[in-house]
Design a protein around this ligand. Structure first.
Ligand code: ADP
Ligand code: ZN
Length: 213
């Protein structure tokens, strides 16, 4: 199964992608996670991506396209994959379709997680992640038992550099301009499925699953 998760920052793409990965046994490919790892590892890619990411802007298309082209050719992607955070522009979508075409593959579905921008700002501004196991917390809706410490593994919690109000605003602008047009792009190809990203994580997951299987 080859899937794309679309939706604004904070819609819950990462959370749903992880659940899909566990259910279907196919990899989650998050360009955001790959780029953040590149920054932590001080690679050339990380160095190039950092200023864009910290400012809430998109990393140039050629960098992420190259990254994805390499990634989906790896062995673990043979049974399928979930793209989370890619494509984010029309040129990225066109290159993806070209690459899949070369490989003789097609997409099964594009799931759009729909949510209001106001709601997203609160979610992102309050969120923190465990540096060890990746579990997500929120200062209002899911606070950890001890501030700054993961309930599950005791790992240290951190806030993403781009989860501050000013940068969130910028990310939402970029989404509206660059990424939202993908809904029409995939809609006209007939494989766009919309899911309201409201309710509990499990409720949303049930809807996502009903769209893809
Ligand atoms: P979110 O969806 O919450 O903004 P991501 O982790 O998907 O978070 O992305 C964080 C940042 O990484 C983006 O603001 C952008 O700078 C960069 N990025 C991730 N994916 C892409 C992409 N496909 N194209 C360009 N930049 C990207
Ligand atoms: Zn943890």
């Amino acid at each position: 199964m080859r899937l794309i998760l679309l939706g604004p920052p904070g819609a819950g793409k990462g959370t749903q992608a992880k659940m899909l990965k566990d259910k279907f046994g196919i990899p989650q490919i998050s360009t955001g996670d790959i780029l953040r790892k590149a920054i932590r590892d001080n690679t050339d890619l990380g160095f190039k991506a950092r200023t864009f990411m910290d400012g809430g802007q998109l990393v140039p298309d050629d960098l992420v396209i190259r990254l994805i082209r390499e990634r989906i050719r790896q062995d673990d992607c043979q049974k399928g994959f979930i793209l989370d955070g890619f494509p984010r522009t029309i040129p990225q979508a066109e290159k993806l379709s070209e690459t899949l075409g070369e490989m003789g593959l097609t997409l099964d579905a594009v799931v759009d997680l729909e949510i209001e921008p106001e709601e997203v700002t609160e979610r992102l501004a309050g969120r923190s992640n465990c540096s060890q196991c990746g579990t997500m917390y929120h200062e209002v809706s899911r606070p950890p038992n001890r501030p700054g410490v993961c309930d599950l593994c005791g790992g240290e919690l951190y806030k993403r550099e781009d989860d501050n109000r000013e940068t969130i605003h910028k990310r939402l602008d970029v989404y509206a301009k660059e990424t939202a047009p993908l809904k029409e792009y995939y809609g006209s190809q007939g494989n766009l499925k919309a899911v309201k990203a409201k309710g509990t994580v499990e409720e949303i997951f049930m809807q996502v699953c009903s769209m893809v299987s």
